[in-house]
Design a protein around this ligand. Structure first.
Ligand SMILES: Cc1cc2nc3c(=O)[nH]c(=O)nc-3n(C[C@H](O)[C@H](O)[C@H](O)COP(=O)(O)OP(=O)(O)OC[C@H]3O[C@@H](n4cnc5c(N)ncnc54)[C@H](O)[C@@H]3O)c2cc1C
Length: 381
């Protein structure tokens, strides 16, 4: 086997599609049953750059044809509570049809599965990989049924990267949780997203079909309280934190929380193995960068695989080149998200002032704003 992909989720599935036209033998393993989705309730914010990748692979037209599966983000309003400075990023100013899109994870997974079914790639559903070991000449991928598959390159895209020999994961707990929920508003969203920095943590509202997806970062105790509040009180608190930026909240449903941590694999490549997507790094959701970074991992790895002469696939030099090529985008994504999470977690007035100045300057200086928007859309490549 040339390539074994562990996890045919959004990132592993994208890689499989991106190499499907190469003359390679490829197998992908996924714990999911055929037709099932791991995170049916999740929505993903994808950048314009990610859309371009999905366009090339034929996934975006499939997605766009599913009613309600894709919502375009036309503007992002960034502000902070209790401090001055507001900036609005607009698609027209960035010269793109939309700044990004909110996509249903379930619809994305089914579009990827459907496209993959049209290729020669073998997808083994209901098959869990328990171990990935790098050998001198190949990788060995072992499943819970006891099958062992040899491949020139094992690509781990299982979202956690736990089963790889020789790779450790670093974890920084933010001591905060994200509260997520669906919010209805009186006025339609008109494609407007909001990112607001409040004393309890950043709050994002992402337009999603006919409502908003809320991601609100707070301490675990505040989140427990917010989960238990009656709907009207919850919406009132959201309004208090949101100030004048948005004040027409009508309803809330599906409140839940998850802990926030930064996790990254070190190194991302070992003998004949490489990690991509959330298996390589999972980021704080503050800037919606995690999935976009993972997609760029998949796309760049596909190019590296297709460029490599067959006998060099998965060898040390090929993986070192790939890892070096991803290093700036990856560490910038980690540092940018981590820095933003830390910067906006500090609420002393002394920090609020420079933050406000930063936001105001961003709004006043078109080249800086364009550079910021570009980074959000395409990463630092
Ligand atoms: C609550 C929450 C909200 C988020 N919201 C956003 C957002 O708005 N925007 C954004 O960009 N990102 C968001 N993220 C991050 C986003 O979910 C991930 O970036 C994305 O899911 C990563 O895709 P992936 O394919 O790497 O991993 P996953 O989505 O985790 O997929 C992994 C796949 O591997 C399979 N698998 C797992 N283990 C094995 C195994 N041992 N053997 C075989 N198969 C296996 C699974 O069945 C699955 O199909 C969010 C994350 C969380 C936790």
């Amino acid at each position: 086997m040339d390539i074994a992909i562990v996890g045919a989720g959004p990132v592993g599935g994208t890689l499989a599609l991106a190499i499907a036209d190469a003359d390679l033998s490829v197998v992908a393993f996924d714990t999911r049953e055929r037709g099932a989705t791991l995170r049916g309730d999740r929505s993903l914010a994808i950048s314009h750059g990610a859309r371009l990748i999905f366009d090339r692979l034929g996934i975006f037209p499939r997605l766009a044809a599913i009613p309600g599966a894709v919502t375009a983000i036309d503007s992002v309003d960034i502000s902070q509570a209790g401090g001055f400075g507001v900036t609005t990023l607009r698609a027209a100013e960035a010269g793109v049809p939309a700044l990004g899109y909110v996509v249903s994870y379930r619809a994305l997974q089914s579009a990827i599965d459907a496209e993959l079914a049209r290729t020669q790639t073998q997808v083994r559903f209901a098959s869990t990989v328990t171990r990935v070991s790098g050998m001198p000449m190949h990788a060995l991928v072992t499943t819970s049924e006891g099958d062992a598959v040899e491949a020139k390159l094992a690509v781990v895209a299982d979202g956690t990267g736990t089963a790889v020999d020789g790779v450790t994961r670093e974890r920084r707990d933010y001591g905060q949780v994200a509260l997520i929920a669906k919010i209805t508003t009186e006025a339609p969203h008109a494609g407007a997203a909001y990112e607001r920095f409040t004393p309890s943590g950043p709050v994002a509202l992402l337009p999603e079909h006919g409502e908003y997806g809320l991601v609100w970062t707070m301490s675990p105790s505040a989140a427990q309280r917010a989960l238990e509040l009656p709907d009207a009180e919850f919406l009132n608190e959201l309004h208090q934190h949101f100030g004048k930026r948005r004040n027409d909240f009508l309803g809330v449903r599906e409140r839940k929380t998850f802990p926030l941590a930064l996790e990254f694999a070190r190194p991302i490549a070992a003998s004949h193995c490489v990690l991509i997507g959330n298996a390589a790094q999972s980021l704080h959701p503050i800037a919606g960068q995690g999935f976009n970074l993972g997609l760029r991992d998949a796309f760049e790895l596909a190019q590296a695989i297709k460029r490599a002469p067959s006998e060099t696939i998965g060898d040390r030099a090929m993986l070192a080149r790939y890892a070096a090529g991803r290093s700036l985008d990856r560490y910038a994504g980690i540092a940018f998200t981590h820095g933003l999470a830390r910067l906006f977690a500090l609420d002393a007035a002394i920090f609020r002032w420079p933050r406000g100045l930063g936001l105001a300057l961003l709004d006043a200086l078109p080249p800086a704003k364009r550079a910021f928007t570009r980074t959000m859309l395409f990463g630092l490549t």
